[in-house]
Write a protein that binds this ligand. Structure first.
Ligand SMILES: Cc1cc2nc3c(=O)[nH]c(=O)nc-3n(C[C@H](O)[C@H](O)[C@H](O)COP(=O)(O)OP(=O)(O)OC[C@H]3O[C@@H](n4cnc5c(N)ncnc54)[C@H](O)[C@@H]3O)c2cc1C
Length: 448
C-alpha cells in the first residue's frame, strides 16, 4: 500500500521561487512542516551561474544560493532528484514519479521554465544541447573535454541564454556563431543602441553574429554527430556542436485541463494565489502583476521569482501580503559590457517620451509616459541605475527633471529636494511632500 504523507506546505521547485517561499514561511511559522520537491538532484543553486560553471568549472559550492546547512537549520525537508508526476488539486494530493503520495494544506508551484526546442531535423544528434540547468552545463563540459582541437559551435538564439552560453564557450576557446531570428541580439530586453554595444563586444571577442535568419536543419556527416547548421537562406555553417537557446516556456506539465487557470503561464492574483484555493504559483511559471504594463505578465527573471515566492509563502502561512509587482529587469555583464535594463524599452507609439544620452560606450535612456518612467537602459555607467529603477517602481512623477536622469552627474542631489528627502527617508521640515504618491497596485483579478 502506498503511504500518504501529510504536509502543511508543499513546494514543487527548489530554486529562486521555492526558496523565497520557504524562507518567508519559516519567518512566520516555526513549526509547520515544509517539504520541497525537485527533479534536479542539487541544493538550490544560482541558475545564472551555470555559465560560470561551464566557463571556469566553478565548483557547485560557490554557486549555492543558500549555505549548505540551510535546509537542516530551517527544518525544511527536501526530496531531490525526483519529479512530481501528477497532482489532484481538489484532493490536495501529489504523486511523485516513484509512486510516493504527498498531501498538502498549501501548495506552491515554483516549477520554472523549460527550454523551447524546435522540431527541426537533426535535433536529436549528439552534440546538440540546451542550456538552462547545471546538468546542461555539465554535459557541455564533458563534450568539450573530448576534443583537443579548437571546435566550433552554433548557438541558435541571441537572447540572454544564448549570449550567456556564448561567453562561457568563448572562454573555453570555442569558435561561436550566433544565429538570431530577429534583427539584433538581446532584442527583447535591450533597445537598438544597447544591442549594438553588446554586438560590438561580441564581435571583438571573435563571435560571428547572423541576424534575421533561422536554422532549418542540423546536419550530420557521420551517424549521430553534428557537422553543421543549415540556415533558411541556404547557407551552411560548419560546427561540431549546437546550443539551442531560442527561449524558455513556463513548465505547465502538472496542470491538467480545467484544473487551474492559465494563459501562457499560471495566472496568479496579487497574493500569488492561483484560481484554485490553497494553490499558489510564482517565478518563471507564473504570470504575475507587472507594475509597468499594469497587467499580468511573464517576467522570467530571478528577482521576480524570489519576491513572488516570498509573497506566496507569507500568504500560505496566513499573513495576507500583496505582491509589490515586478517587471522585466536585467543586469548583465557579458564580454565586460555592463548593462542594466528594466521595463518597456521599445515603446509601441509616440505617446511615450524618450530621454537619452550617448557618448563613447556610455549610453543611458529613460522612457517616460504621462510623467512616469516606464523603461530604462543604462550601459557602462550603471552606478545610479538603482535610483532610476526605484523612481520607476514607485511611480514618481519625473516630468520636471527627466533630462537630469541621463546626465553624467546624475545622483540623488539632481532630484527635487522633497523627492531626495523621501528617497533617503529624511522627513521634510514641514512634514508634507509634493511627491506624487505611490499608487498601490490595483487588485488584479484573475478574470482580467
Ligand atoms: C543561463 C541562464 C542565465 C540567466 N541569467 C539571468 C540573469 O542574469 N538575471 C536574472 O534575473 N535571471 C536570469 N536567468 C533567469 C533565472 O534563472 C530564472 O528567472 C529563475 O531561475 C526562475 O526561478 P524559478 O524558481 O521560477 O524556477 P527555476 O529556477 O526554473 O526552478 C524550477 C525548478 O523546479 C523543478 N521542477 C519543475 N517541475 C518539476 C516537477 N514536476 N517535479 C519536480 N521538480 C520540478 C525544476 O527542475 C527546477 O529545478 C537566467 C536563466 C538561465 C537559464
Amino acid at each position: 500500500m502506498v503511504k500518504t504523507q501529510k504536509i502543511n506546505y508543499l513546494i514543487i521547485g527548489n530554486s529562486a521561487g521555492g526558496i523565497g517561499a520557504a524562507e518567508a514561511i519559516r519567518e512566520v511559522d516555526r513549526v509547520g512542516a515544509i517539504t520541497i520537491v525537485s527533479d534536479e538532484p542539487y541544493p538550490a543553486y544560482s541558475r545564472p551561474m551555470i555559465s560560470d560553471y561551464l566557463a571556469e568549472r566553478c565548483p557547485i559550492e560557490r554557486m549555492l544560493y543558500r549555505p549548505a546547512d540551510f535546509y537542516e537549520k530551517n527544518g525544511i525537508r527536501t526530496i531531490l532528484g525526483e519529479k512530481a508526476a501528477w497532482v489532484d488539486f481538489n484532493e490536495h494530493v501529489v504523486k511523485l514519479e516513484k509512486g510516493r503520495m504527498l498531501t498538502w494544506r498549501k501548495l506552491l508551484l515554483a516549477t520554472g521554465g523549460l527550454p523551447i526546442v524546435p522540431k527541426i531535423e537533426g535535433i536529436g544528434l549528439k552534440g546538440v544541447f540546451t542550456f538552462t540547468k547545471l546538468d546542461d552545463a555539465k554535459a557541455i563540459d564533458e563534450f568539450l573535454n573530448q576534443y583537443t582541437k579548437r571546435i566550433r559551435a552554433v548557438v541558435i538564439g541571441g537572447g540572454l541564454i544564448g549570449v550567456s552560453v556564448t561567453e562561457a564557450l568563448v572562454k573555453r576557446g570555442v569558435q561561436v556563431t550566433i544565429v538570431e531570428m530577429k534583427e539584433r541580439v538581446l532584442n527583447t530586453m535591450l533597445d537598438e543602441e544597447a544591442s549594438a554595444l553588446e554586438e560590438r563586444a561580441l564581435a571583438q571577442a571573435g563571435v560571428e553574429i547572423i541576424c534575421g535568419r533561422t536554422a532549418d536543419r542540423i546536419d550530420s556527416y557521420f551517424p549521430e554527430e553534428v557537422s553543421g547548421v543549415s540556415l533558411d537562406d541556404g547557407r551552411s555553417i560548419p560546427c561540431e556542436m549546437v546550443i539551442i537557446a531560442i527561449g524558455v516556456q513556463p513548465r505547465l506539465e502538472l496542470i491538467s485541463e480545467n484544473s487551474i487557470m492559465t494563459n501562457r503561464g499560471i495566472l496568479v492574483d496579487l497574493h500569488m494565489e492561483t484560481s484554485t484555493p490553497d494553490v499558489y504559483a510564482c517565478g518563471d511559471v507564473a504570470e504575475a502583476y507587472d507594475f509597468v504594463y499594469r497587467k499580468l505578465r511573464l517576467n522570467p527573471v530571478w528577482p521576480n521569482a524570489y519576491t513572488g515566492g516570498r509573497t506566496a509563502g507569507l500568504n500560505m502561512a496566513g499573513i495576507p501580503t500583496k505582491y509589490p509587482g515586478g517587471t522585466a529587469i536585467n543586469a548583465m555583464k557579458y564580454f565586460e559590457v555592463n548593462i542594466i535594463s528594466a521595463g518597456m524599452l521599445n515603446p509601441p507609439d509616440d505617446s511615450y517620451e524618450t530621454v537619452s544620452e550617448k557618448h563613447g560606450d556610455i549610453y543611458k535612456k529613460v522612457v517616460v509616459k504621462d510623467g512616469m518612467i516606464v523603461g530604462m537602459v543604462l550601459a557602462s555607467d550603471i552606478e545610479k541605475s538603482g535610483i532610476i529603477y526605484n523612481l520607476m517602481k514607485d511611480r514618481v512623477n519625473v516630468d520636471s527633471f527627466k533630462e537630469a536622469l541621463v546626465a553624467d552627474d546624475f545622483g540623488l542631489a539632481s532630484l527635487p529636494e522633497e523627492i531626495w528627502r523621501e528617497r533617503l527617508a529624511i522627513p521634510p521640515p514641514e512634514l508634507t511632500s509634493s511627491v506624487t504618491p505611490v499608487e498601490p497596485p490595483r487588485e488584479v483579478l484573475i478574470s482580467e
